[in-house]
Write a protein that binds this ligand. Structure first.
Ligand code: NVA
Length: 209
């Protein structure tokens, strides 16, 4: 494939599959989601934050939910790279492991089990599905474990005026309530549209190599 293609976009489970493909194919390889990372999503999120808040180096962000999932892990990477404050509120068993945080800089304020405490002063409230792709067999268990880690009226009240973001698809009344989703649908769908623009930028950048 390295000889036939100009580049590849891979969505799969094992991060090592993407890295091996990139290493042996020698062509630009875009990670379109693995169990460990979701960088294209985070590029679109940063674009959205920049559009709505004027920049992404200043705002304090709170990720609430499955803090060990690919999206949370890519947020850790982005916080270190761009220098913003990130808190992750998740039950102990769903907090990012030391490897995810290793070498990612000093600015991560907090990994906590208390979402409301972490929400105070946040500029962005962000969540993702509780049951990521490949975890379907754990669905009932995860929903029970993550039940308190929802973006709802109470959490939004702790961070008045904060952007509410979601990488989609959303499961209403699970990680976000229906009413909060609807109130922030404009932001969330701008964020979804920015997946298109951010990924076009990635393709353009790689085509310039
Ligand atoms: N964490 C989610 C992201 C969905 C875009 C998953 O891996 O399914």
């Amino acid at each position: 494939m390295g000889r036939m293609l100009g580049g590849a976009v891979i969505r799969t489970f094992a991060q090592s599959d993407v890295e091996l493909f990139a290493q042996y194919s020698g062509i630009p390889t875009i990670n379109a989601l693995t169990d460990d990372e979701h960088p294209c999503q985070i590029l679109a999120d940063l674009q959205t934050i920049k559009e709505k808040l004027g920049g992404y180096a200043g705002p304090e962000d709170l990720f609430v939910g499955d803090g060990a999932c690919n999206v949370a892990r890519s947020w850790i990477w982005a916080a270190a790279r761009c220098g913003f404050e990130l808190a992750i509120a998740a039950p102990v068993n769903y907090q990012p492991d030391a490897a995810a945080a290793k070498g990612r800089g000093q600015r991560q304020r907090l990994v906590t089990a208390d979402p409301e405490e972490a929400a105070r002063g946040a500029d962005v409230l962000y969540t993702d599905v509780w049951v990521s792709m490949g975890k379907e067999e754990e669905a009932a268990f995860r929903v029970a474990q993550l039940a308190g880690y929802q973006i709802n009226r109470k959490l939004v009240a702790a961070a008045p005026g904060a952007l509410v973001m979601h990488c989609l698809p959303a499961y209403r009344e699970k990680e976000i309530t229906d009413e909060i989703f609807e109130e922030h649908a404009r932001t969330i769908f701008d964020e979804a549209e920015n997946r298109l623009h951010a990924q076009k930028a990635v393709l353009w950048m790689l085509s310039e190599r």
